[in-house]
Design a protein around this ligand. Structure first.
Ligand code: HMG
Ligand code: MG
Length: 295
């Protein structure tokens, strides 16, 4: 079972109140102490587009040792900034909907794949030891786009297959606005290349409370990698209506209770986001976090 913690990146990117770099670093250290082994720490996107993560180059060299860290990279400029500070695991991002990529990265899906082709070549040629290199690609709006409506599973599979052909190690399928129900997970899985099952992660947002039901559906189908965010932080600045990510606390509770060990300490996990919540002036809302804090 793999959990990819995206709180420091997806969780914070949409927050208007600045979260100081040292608070982010303590947040990440607590996530590591809780037992999370893969953490998406930040984004090397344009700071004009996402000011909250404008401190990526300052944050990266100070990350506490332990977990495998990755960072979002949109283009060659982002890659150059990331490589300069030692990033070895990158996450590219596109979508199944042109309407969404236009708003999010100012290009069509096809144009983004062309940019990625060049970014992948630069990344693979950057002198990072092959065993340390890792590249995921997100396909956002895998079920529905806030601008173009419902998305056909075949379209998502087509974009995922093109990314695999370009050599990415993993594709993460994003329910960007958190609307899907389990039947849609089954339908999408039907359209995917079943030989790639171990290279697919599911990235659920929990706007309508269907996140855990969707995890359960994907588990039944044999998938074992899920993205989630501490305290359920999150949302995409270019996806109106997106609620928070599936909360890591809820995911960990569900997996452990199902008999699937996660290596994450529930109490430490529940406390990991306390300082960020205080900076944002917000109370916890994730159900399993509230239950752990009350115990
Ligand atoms: P653009 O404005 O079209 O870019 O933005 P450009 O190439 O025309 O450059 C404009 C300016 O930005 C130039 O500077 C560039 O140098 C600079 P100027 O000459 O004006 O001073 N620039 C950069 N600076 C720093 N780092 C860079 C960079 N690139 C250009 N990497 C761009 C295109 C892709 C850059 C922009 O649209 C962008 O940064 N978008 C990111 C939006 C974002 O981060 N969205 C959230 C992440 S996606 C998500 O949350 C979904 C996900 O969680 C999965 C799911 O839930 O579905 C992954
Ligand atoms: Mg997301």
């Amino acid at each position: 079972m793999r959990i990819v913690e995206v709180g420091p990146r997806d969780g914070l990117q949409n927050e208007k109140a600045p979260v100081p770099t040292d608070v982010k670093l303590r947040f990440i250290a607590r996530l590591a102490e809780a037992g999370l082994k893969e953490i998406e720490a930040t984004s090397f996107v344009s700071p004009k587009w996402v000011p909250q993560l404008g401190d990526a180059a300052e944050l990266w060299p100070q990350l506490p040792p332990g977990p495998l860290y990755s960072a979002l990279v949109p283009n060659q400029k982002g890659l150059a900034r990331a490589i300069e500070v030692g990033v070895k695991r990158i996450a590219l991002f596109t979508a199944a909907s042109d309407a969404f990529t236009q708003k999010n990265i100012n290009m069509t899906v096809d144009a983004s794949l062309e940019v990625f082709r060049q970014v992948i070549a630069s990344f693979r040629g950057a002198g990072i030891p092959p065993a340390d290199q890792w590249m995921r690609a997100y396909v956002s709006t895998a079920f529905e786009c806030p601008y173009a409506g419902r998305i056909e599973p075949g379209r998502v599979a087509e974009v995922a297959n093109r990314l695999f052909e370009m050599g990415v190690d993993e594709v993460s399928l994003g329910d960007t606005i958190g609307v899907a129900a389990p039947v849609e997970v089954f339908r999408l899985a039907d359209a995917l290349d079943s030989r790639r099952k171990s290279q697919i992660a599911w990235h659920f947002h929990d706007t309508h409370g269907t996140g855990i039901a969707n995890v359960s559906a994907a588990l039944d189908l044999g998938y074992t990698a899920f993205d989630s965010s501490a305290a359920g932080f999150g949302g995409c600045p270019y996806a109106p209506g997106a609620g928070g990510n599936l909360a890591t606390e809820d995911l960990v509770y569900f997996l452990e209770r199902t008999g699937m060990p996660t290596g994450v300490d529930v109490d430490r996990m529940a406390r990991a986001s306390e300082e960020v919540l205080a900076v944002l002036g917000r109370a916890p809302t994730a159900k399993s976090q509230l239950a752990a804090l009350a115990a």
